[in-house]
Design a protein around this ligand. Structure first.
Ligand code: DON
Length: 293
């Protein structure tokens, strides 16, 4: 918390989704959950915020758990080196997004999850409720509507992908489910608990297995290389953990075998990652040595 304080409020709150622009740029929270399910926090660690792209790690995990490796024929797993909402690689790469965490890739994963489960938004919401133990966790319909209203880029991406035959469901349906899972509202506490399956090598809170050990390893690897977009190299350098950011200002990081950390601060750097959350995670891993390296 002390490490984050000097940078809180530096950076910009996301305003391309108008409903997010009202967030307090100086807010901050941090939660730490351990593999045995204990959770501790500082600051506003129990205050709900818009999870945005952190949802992409849950859609990917569920799509792989339910449908297996066929997904990888429709989305790659290389860092894009481009902004999270970029369209540029889609044309030369024939509608196959670089990785599941940029918006283009997440749209394909949402489409796959929707085909597999019949209701992508409910699959993500119900999983988060179960793992966090928070039955009230839900989507904010105002945020989802705001995003849809200002969603020209995501609509362009989705139509472009569909033009290559890489969507199975109607574009409007896929986008609605994508906006709804991005608009889920959860706290650092909820997200740290919900991410523990990746620290437990695939085991859920109730002890059942969501992913094989090897699948959990692979998801952590893609988080490390792609989870923070064109700043993934910088995040790996500073924090040394697999992590996923969202433009609501949250970052969820995994310490395999030990636990998870979720930090939140709404002001973002130019790549769309929280300035305060990354600073706090950097300081935490440097002080404790909790890292994959
Ligand atoms: O589609 C969007 O632009 C947002 N729902 C999610 C983007 C996001 O969170 C990028 N992450 N830092």
């Amino acid at each position: 918390m002390e490490a984050a304080r000097p940078v809180l409020g530096t950076g910009r709150v996301a305003d391309y989704i108008p409903a997010l622009a009202a967030a307090d740029p100086a807010a901050f929270g941090l939660a730490l959950a351990t593999v045995d399910g204990e959770v501790h926090g500082v600051g506003a660690w129990e205050q709900p915020f818009s999870i945005q792209s952190i949802s992409k790690l849950f859609t990917l995990s569920l799509a792989l758990a339910v449908g297996g490796d066929e997904l990888w024929q429709r989305v790659g797993r290389e860092p894009s080196g481009s902004p999270f909402n970029s369209l540029v690689q889609l044309e030369t790469e024939h509608g196959i997004p670089r990785n599941p965490f940029i918006n283009a890739g997440a749209v394909v994963v949402t489409d796959r999850l929707h085909s597999l489960t019949g209701d992508a938004r409910a699959a993500v919401r119900d999983f988060l409720r179960a793992e966090s133990g928070n039955p009230l966790l839900d989507s904010d319909s105002v945020v989802a509507a705001s995003e849809a209203e200002h969603g020209h880029r995501n609509a362009a991406l989705a139509h472009f992908i569909a033009s290559y035959g890489n969507l199975e469901n109607p574009v409007a349906t896929v986008l609605q489910h994508y906006y709804d899972h991005c608009a889920l509202t959860a706290s650092c506490r909820d997200l740290a608990l919900a991410g523990l399956f990746l620290a437990r090598h695939g085991l859920r809170a109730d002890g059942s297995r969501l992913l094989t050990r090897s699948e959990a390893k692979r998801i952590n690897a893609v988080l490390l290389t792609c989870g923070t977009y064109d700043a993934a190299g910088q995040f790996a350098y500073r924090v040394g953990l697999p992590g996923k950011s969202g433009v609501g200002g949250g970052v969820l990081a995994v310490v395999p075998g030990r636990g998870t950390l979720c930090a939140w601060g709404p002001a973002l750097d130019p790549a769309g990652n929280s300035v305060g959350a990354v600073a706090a995670l950097d300081a935490f891993t440097t002080a404790t040595g909790w890292s994959v390296f």
